[in-house]
Design a protein around this ligand. Sequence first.
Ligand code: PLP
Length: 391
Amino acid sequence: MMWDFDEIVNRDGTNCIKYDRREDTFGTKDIIPMWVADMDYKTPDFIVSALMDRLNHPIYGYTYRPPDYFFSIMEWHERRHKWKIEKEWICYTPGVVPALNICTLAFTQPDDSIIVQPPVYFPFFSAVESHGRKLVYNQLIETEEGWTMDFDSLEKSIDSRTRMIIISNPHNPVGRAWSHTELSRLAEICVKNKILILSDEIHCDLVLPGFIHTPIATLSPEIAENTVTCLAPSKTFNLAGLSTSSVVISNPLLRRTFVRTRDNLHIGNGNIFGTVASIAAYSNGNEWLAALLDYIDLNIDCADDYFRKMIPEIIPVKPEASYMIWLDCRKFGMTGKERQDFFVKNAGVGMNEGATFGPGGEGFMRMNVATTRQNVIKALEQIEKAVSAIR
Ligand SMILES: Cc1ncc(COP(=O)(O)O)c(C=O)c1O
């Protein structure tokens, strides 16, 4: 293999949230960090050398995004996801969470309702509530086949103030790569009721072998006209510290409104290094990503197998996309705080507590396995030891 995902890279003292914020978050540094969505692998050489080349020019003044920024995004999404994006549709944003907040400001008014489908990535909640909009939950449901959307309840939760729905596609934290059928049903309801679809597709490149990602905007021209999609290289290539993402909007009216709101906040400039890294990643990243996905898939298999054989009290929900495993810990009957304390203090593993993802997350933990296999195995062994002590 050209890339060594087994290599242990010491990240201490780099101001990285995952390691250097352990004490603040978990009350101790003495844990294996398996929380924030950040990977422990070295940035691939083709991104580092592009950054170095730019760094070597010693002036870092204002810049703009060159044509390659747009073409590399267009080519990547056409090749990987069969989505033909036009250059004009791509609007820069300094992160997907900022983009979600801009969308709330751009497309809704105070007191309008915005639907989210928990358990879901928790910044969706603040992107609604911190701007005085009403947060409406349409909870995902657990079925024999896994987690899915509740379309009946979605229809019932719509009223005259409902303006927008924010979806996570693929879904963080339950790991679903939503099917064509599910997305079509959702889009049909939204188009019928004139509800704008804000689709956060930041995890789209992390669909695991055997699954596919469907960009919701590709379903039909009518759905595309009613959709705003967030994309970024930041999960795929672990570039979140470079604050660079894009929003794709084919509807010119929506795009103008979005750009005006973004520019009123003066956050459209971006940074030199994010632009350079994004171009390098999307232009050269195919082989590296294939190797990464194989490695992550094996980490997931390894954890899934271990839980089923050695820790049957914890039921893993095997993800179709992303490096997060949604762990059903309801058998322990603990409160969220008790469960978090148990994993931190008894097992020495720091994960995200399920209830932080909203209703439906109670009793779960989210485990990030984008680390070395050695680390994954160590964490599993520590959890097994802690669980066997309370059996
Ligand atoms: C669904 C989802 N959206 C957005 C983000 C973060 O995006 P950004 O760092 O670009 O604001 C994450 C990070 O984990 C995520 O899982």
